[in-house]
Structures are given as structure tokens and as C-alpha cells.
Design a protein around this ligand. Structure first.
Ligand code: SF4
Ligand code: SF4
Length: 446
């Protein structure tokens, strides 16, 4: 085959890569590399395409490309920056760390080097490893994916106005209902401040609940800010009252979760909810934000199901209209007990909402397991404490399990030291089941 043909292939491949036609680009680079297996540019691009699919042999291609690129035609600054970003997007933090170290050794100019370093280095408040009696082994930690700070997820309400089928509220009858009282909240916050020392945790005012149901929500936000901590509120925004008071309190972050703008879909994913009420409340929220000169980072959290992904552009446009951010994420099945029951069922052809999940629990087991060594700790255990409205502690925010495994025993946050609470988490037998089924939150390291 002629050089001209190679050039044509490379041109077409580059064009496809730039247009994000990744499958086609991969195919064209493969053809080009059959003609010239030592073409550095083709090796590099092929390598990054593979890495974007989570195929780690792409890393070796990138290294070959650098070794063969005698004329330094590949811009190392941009190339290594891209590699780190790809690895981070795939939760391969240990691999991203290797390239960050490469960048430091070779004194590369990486524009957001310190921000990337923060995303990769284990924060000082975390021990780097821990022995887990339940798993009977030493586990490694990593820089958390969900937050740069330690998280306290405090349910200031027990209960919700909706009944989403992918939430413990929609899946478990008889969940305890109630409101967290102001004195208890203040005491919990004081204890958190005393135990956190010089590190500032992030306070989430929800776990599995609708925080707007508690009329004290604005007071709690103010208390958090007077303790110099950050606050995060997540709401379904089906409740119209208290929006102005919420914006007056100026929470650090506010997420409104929706799935679809079509009531026939939204009414299933957010059972009992009304999307038209939410859309009207977006306007109320934007007006209240402007009236109160609130600096809150507000965004629409778009839950992606197979039948809602097509609305991405439309929902992003709606977010732009109100000056909100737009952050899509794949819907998952919760609580973990529900995901386990679906795995046990081994349903080949799920129906209803389960059929609309991009990542059915069965496929998680199959796809995620080969990418994990089993030596990494779970982030929901090492970087978060979930506190119920009555002050008792949950095992984590993914389950409805109490922290104590003894029947009818609750562990109250105010009555126990952090070390006792941490020890109970690492002895809990439910974590062993969860990790065995790869339903825990951790990075990929294989
Ligand atoms: S709105 Fe949130 S807390 Fe309420 S049922 Fe749905 S997922 Fe659960
Ligand atoms: S291992 Fe599972 S049950 Fe245990 S803390 Fe992590 S997510 Fe929760």
C-alpha cells in the first residue's frame, strides 16, 4: 500500500477523532498501524482511544509512541494532560497518578496541575491504608471521587414527598419518619467541628430525604456557614414554599434532580412528582436567587435512563435559561439491598424501570469486576458518615442498614467517638456482601 494511502487513512482517522466518531477513528488507526506499526502519532491516538474505552493496553501504545517520537512531534504537555484527564474520567486514579508523576519529573506544563494533584493525592485527613476485619485484609484508600472533603450526610428529615423506585423511600415500607430538631442538629455540628480539627468537612443536608420538608432548613444552613463549613442541599423541588428562605440562607451548593421533562416518564422515575411544578419552581428559584443575590452553585442533576438520555440537550437548554448548571449522571438502583435482589434474580430481560437502566446491577457485576483488584477500600465507608434524622448512624448512604448489627440497637452519633463509629463500619458483615458483588464505590485499578 502506498504512503499516500497511509496519509489518507491518518487524515480520515484524525477527522473522525475530532468529531468524536471514536469507533470509526479506532478502525482507521488500526488500518494505518498495519501499514506502519511505528507511526508515533497513530500509536498515541490509538492508545488514547483504547483508554477512553477503559482498555488499559492503550497505555503501552502511548509509551511506545513517546519512545518512537524522536522529533517530539507529539506535544507532551497536551498529551500527558489528556492522559490524566482520561484516567480520571474512568476513575483510574492510580494510573492518573503515574502520569502526574511523569509530568512532574519531565517538568511538563500542565495547566491545572495543582487541581489535578488534589484530585489524585490522598487527603491528609485519611489514613492511606486500613485493615478491615470484615474483609480480613489491608485495604488501600484513594483520593475520593465524590468530594474533596470528608462528607457528613445528615438527614434533617426522615421521609420524602416522593416515592422514587430507585430509592429506599420507594422500596421499603415503614421507613422511620420525623424531623431533626434544631438542638440535635447544633450538637451534631459542634461534635463534627471538634472532631475534624483543622480539616473542614462538607455537610450534606440530605441522605434519603427531601430537606425542604424541614422548615428549619435555612437555619441549619446558616449554622453550617457560621461554623465556616460548606453546605450542600439536594431537592426534588416539588415543594414550592421555602424557596425564598432557602436562597436567603445561600447554601454553598444546590442540586435539583430530574429525569425527564415528560410527565409520563418523570411520574415513574419520581413517583408522586409533577414535572410541571418543578419547572415552575425553577423560575421561582432563579428569581429568589437573584432577589437575594445568592451565590449558590445551582445545577440540574439529570438522571440518565435509556428513555431520558435523548433529552440531554433540551434539559441543558432549560438549565441555561435559568442560569443553572447542568450535570448529567447515570441513574443507579438503590438501596444496595434492592440491587442485590436484582442480581439474585439474575433477570436476563428486565422490565419496567429496571429495563431503562444503562447499568443494571447484573451488568455492573460483569463489567466492573475485571477492572478491580479487590484491594481498594469503599469510599462510602472511608469518606462519609450518614446520620439519620434521629441522630442515629447508618452503615452508609447506599443502604438502609443500621450501623449496629445487633437487633433493635442503634448507634447514636452523639454517644460515640469517631473511632468507635469507624470500627463498627469495618466490622459490618453487609460490606462483605456488597463488596463481593462489586456494588461498593471505589476506583478501578486493574
Ligand atoms: S426524591 Fe430523593 S429522597 Fe425522595 S424518593 Fe426520590 S430519590 Fe428518594
Ligand atoms: S461496602 Fe457497600 S455497604 Fe459497605 S460502606 Fe461501602 S457501599 Fe456501603
Amino acid at each position: 500500500m502506498s504512503t499516500q494511502t497511509l496519509n489518507e487513512l491518518l487524515l480520515a482517522a484524525t477527522e473522525c477523532y475530532q468529531l468524536n466518531l471514536t469507533e470509526r477513528a479506532e478502525n482507521l488507526y488500526a488500518q494505518a498501524l498495519r501499514i506502519n506499526p511505528r507511526h508515533a502519532g497513530a500509536l498515541f491516538n490509538m492508545g488514547t482511544l483504547l483508554l477512553r474505552r477503559g482498555v488499559l493496553k492503550g497505555d503501552a501504545l502511548v509509551q511506545d509512541a513517546f519512545a518512537l517520537d524522536a522529533g517530539n512531534e507529539i506535544d507532551r504537555n497536551k498529551a500527558v494532560h489528556l492522559l490524566i484527564q482520561i484516567y480520571l474520567a474512568q476513575a483510574y486514579k492510580k494510573h492518573a497518578q503515574v502520569w502526574l508523576e511523569y509530568a512532574a519529573i519531565h517538568q511538563l506544563e500542565i495547566p491545572d496541575f495543582n487541581a489535578l494533584k488534589k484530585q489524585i493525592e490522598i487527603p491528609a485527613y485519611l489514613e492511606k491504608t486500613i485493615y478491615s476485619p470484615a474483609q480480613k485484609k489491608q485495604l488501600e484508600r484513594y483520593s475520593p471521587i465524590e468530594s474533596n472533603s470528608y462528607v457528613y450526610a445528615i438527614d434533617i428529615v426522615g421521609g420524602c414527598n416522593l416515592r422514587c423506585p430507585t430509592c429506599p423511600i420507594g422500596n421499603k415500607d415503614g421507613m422511620a419518619k420525623g424531623l431533626m430538631q434544631k438542638e440535635l442538629f447544633a450538637n451534631i455540628l459542634n461534635k463534627i467541628c471538634m472532631e475534624s480539627g483543622e480539616y473542614s468537612p462538607d455537610i450534606w443536608l440530605f441522605n434519603w430525604s427531601e430537606p425542604l420538608l424541614n422548615e428549619r432548613l435555612p437555619d441549619y444552613i446558616k449554622l453550617i456557614h457560621s461554623a465556616q463549613l460548606t453546605s450542600f442541599v439536594s431537592t426534588n423541588l416539588n415543594i414550592t414554599h421555602r424557596i425564598n428562605e432557602l436562597m436567603q440562607a445561600n447554601p454553598t451548593r444546590l442540586k435539583v434532580s430530574i429525569s425527564s421533562l415528560k410527565q409520563e416518564i418523570y411520574g415513574i422515575t419520581h413517583e408522586r412528582g409533577n414535572i410541571n411544578t418543578v419547572i415552575a419552581n425553577f423560575e421561582t428559584l432563579a428569581l429568589a436567587r437573584d432577589r437575594n443575590k445568592s451565590t449558590t452553585d445551582i445545577w440540574i442533576g439529570h438522571h440518565l435512563y435509556k428513555n431520558t438520555a435523548e433529552e440531554m440537550e433540551q434539559i441543558q437548554a432549560l438549565a441555561n435559561q435559568f442560569g443553572f448548571g447542568y450535570r448529567p449522571s447515570y441513574a443507579i438502583m438503590a438501596p444496595i439491598e434492592k440491587a442485590l435482589s436484582l442480581i439474585k434474580k439474575g433477570d436476563e430481560k428486565p422490565s419496567g424501570i429496571e429495563a431503562q437502566l444503562f447499568f443494571h446491577p447484573n451488568s455492573i457485576v460483569k463489567n466492573v469486576k475485571p477492572k478491580r483488584s479487590g484491594n481498594m477500600d469503599c469510599e462510602l465507608r472511608f469518606n462519609m458518615t450518614a446520620i439519620n434524622y434521629d441522630g442515629s448512624v447508618s452503615l452508609c448512604c447506599g443502604t438502609t442498614q443500621d450501623l449496629s448489627e445487633k437487633a433493635n440497637e442503634k448507634i447514636y452519633f452523639m454517644e460515640h467517638t469517631t473511632s468507635k463509629i469507624e470500627a463498627l463500619k469495618y466490622q459490618h458483615s453487609f460490606c462483605t456482601v456488597c463488596i463481593r458483588n462489586n456494588l461498593h464505590l471505589t476506583i478501578q485499578d486493574l
